[in-house]
Design a protein around this ligand. Structure first.
Ligand code: UDP
Length: 254
């Protein structure tokens, strides 16, 4: 049975990286299609304003905590998530764990050429991985059927969808039933990182929950979106306060 932690109405799976990788392996063995998303504080805040996104996240087969903010929130709420399981790290661990099984992976998203560059690096680092196909993430509604056919012809074990949030979550959810991919993961900027075009935050920032600061310096245009981070913590704090009040008044009544 799934053990989840409720973060502002989003049931994030309480899994370690090792467990998340095992779950991906199980989904691949089971067959069928599965949706995995890796919400961070920004996405959880977007979901507060967008009921469709909230519903999509709630219907996922696995949601992992992408970011120190989500783990901090779980700690504040007294139900701590074991660790951060970000999209980019999860993908690399899955490659490491299953490359010798000839894992078939389709890379969908990012600017033209990025997925192909990522594919070269993936094969170099994990020679057993089969890159079943690549497709950039800029397309019109009319091209959607053609993209799905292209993916389905390759029957991938894993489909990485890198369209940014919430576009990738909405795309996966609305096409899941038509897709012939065992596991679809919304991975944001992961292909940019795997291609080497964007650098992952240095170890110091990653270890100390400061990836947001590194990202802000690299991409200052994200500043407005990042205001959601303090809003997120404030909102979690309010939930914690209200929960405290409720249990206090229950205690008095007894
Ligand atoms: N992207 C895309 N199609 C779009 C919009 C964005 O393929 O219509 C890609 C973009 O090129 C980038 C990724 O989606 O590779 C978004 O990365 P970001 O780090 O902004 O992810 P987020 O934080 O939004 O999840």
């Amino acid at each position: 049975m799934r053990k989840t932690v409720d973060i502002l109405g989003i049931p994030v799976d309480a899994v370690t990286m090792k467990e998340a990788v095992e779950i991906v392996g199980r989904f691949i063995e089971e067959g069928g299609t599965h949706a995995i998303y890796t919400p961070n504080a920004e996405i959880i805040m977007q979901a507060q304003r967008d009921p469709e996104l909230k519903e999509i996240l709630k219907r996922a087969d696995m949601l992992t905590a992408d970011g120190a903010g989500v783990v901090l929130a779980s700690r504040m709420l007294g139900n701590e998530l074991p660790e951060k399981v970000s999209g980019v790290d999860l993908v690399q661990e899955v490659f490491r764990a299953y490359s010798k099984n000839g894992l078939r992976c389709f890379l969908f998203g990012a600017k033209p050429g990025v997925a192909e560059e990522a594919a070269v690096n993936i094969i170099k680092d994990h020679p057993g991985i089969v890159i079943a196909g690549c497709r950039n993430g800029y397309f019109s509604d009319e091209e959607n059927d053609e993209i799905i056919d292209e993916i389905n012809r390759t029957s991938p074990d894993i489909l990485l969808v890198a369209l940014g949030a919430p576009k990738q979550e909405k795309w996966i959810c609305s096409n899941l039933e038509r897709l012939n991919a065992k596991v679809c993961i919304g991975v944001g900027g992961t292909l940019d990182i795997l291609s080497g075009r964007v650098q992952l935050a240095p170890e110091f920032f990653r270890k100390n929950g400061l990836e947001w600061l590194y990202r802000l310096c690299q991409q200052p245009r994200r500043a407005k979106r990042m205001l959601d981070l303090p809003r997120f913590i404030l909102r979690v704090w309010r939930v914690k306060l209200n929960a405290g009040k409720t249990s206090l008044s229950k205690g008095k009544r007894q």
